[in-house]
Design a protein around this ligand. Sequence first.
Ligand SMILES: CC(C)(COP(=O)(O)OP(=O)(O)OC[C@H]1O[C@@H](n2cnc3c(N)ncnc32)[C@H](O)[C@@H]1OP(=O)(O)O)[C@@H](O)C(=O)NCCC(=O)NCCS
Length: 190
Amino acid sequence: MTPADIPAVIAIERAAYSAGWPTTVFERELTTNALARYLIAREGPPGAPPVAFGGVWLMVDQAHVVTIAVRPECQRRGFGRLVLHGLVELATLAGMESVTLEVRPSNEPARALYRRYGFYEVGIRKRYYADNHEDAIIMTTEPLDSPAYRARLARLRSELGARFPAGFTARHLEAVLPAWSAAAQEKPGP
Ligand SMILES: CC(C)(COP(=O)(O)OP(=O)(O)OC[C@H]1O[C@@H](n2cnc3c(N)ncnc32)[C@H](O)[C@@H]1OP(=O)(O)O)[C@@H](O)C(=O)NCCC(=O)NCCS
């Protein structure tokens, strides 16, 4: 994601998140937050408007997913998986030990997506969300370099390959580390 994508990404954020949810300060994230990495997914040729985006902070040895959203009319077509996959691959390639995030208990679509990626619940932050004082569920992955998680990521990668048969790495997901393609070819862990 580059500054040129910010207006389209803000439009996705506004459409996908309920009113009252805090908005991301994308300019600052892209220009001054050295920990932040943002991805966008486009449908169509390079330069087509993004349909989804997500961001992660790489903090010492822990990655933290800070946002992920798909344009409402494009949901349930695999783009959430695609972006989350990219964020987890980024964290893996950056040597992070695991990935964490917070999610609202009421957000069943997001919780289901995260469970699919092996996130499990490890705690609650009471009254975490400022707009309605809803608690946050804290979710985390197994160690990213564990054989079990490597096998899970490889299986999910091949599922995405079936969903985006023309090669999701090049056509659908931008701004992943150059090593992405090499990682996508890796064999599943033992
Ligand atoms: C959460 C979100 C990113 C999922 O994106 P998506 O593109 O619809 O997700 P995918 O099509 O990749 O679906 C992946 C899996 O997530 C789960 N899922 C997604 N939407 C779901 C829904 N409405 N109900 C139940 N499960 C759902 C399913 O397990 C799904 O797999 P399946 O389609 O094979 O059943 C999207 O709903 C969104 O943008 N929500 C608003 C913003 C938001 O809540 N972000 C998360 C903040 S913590």
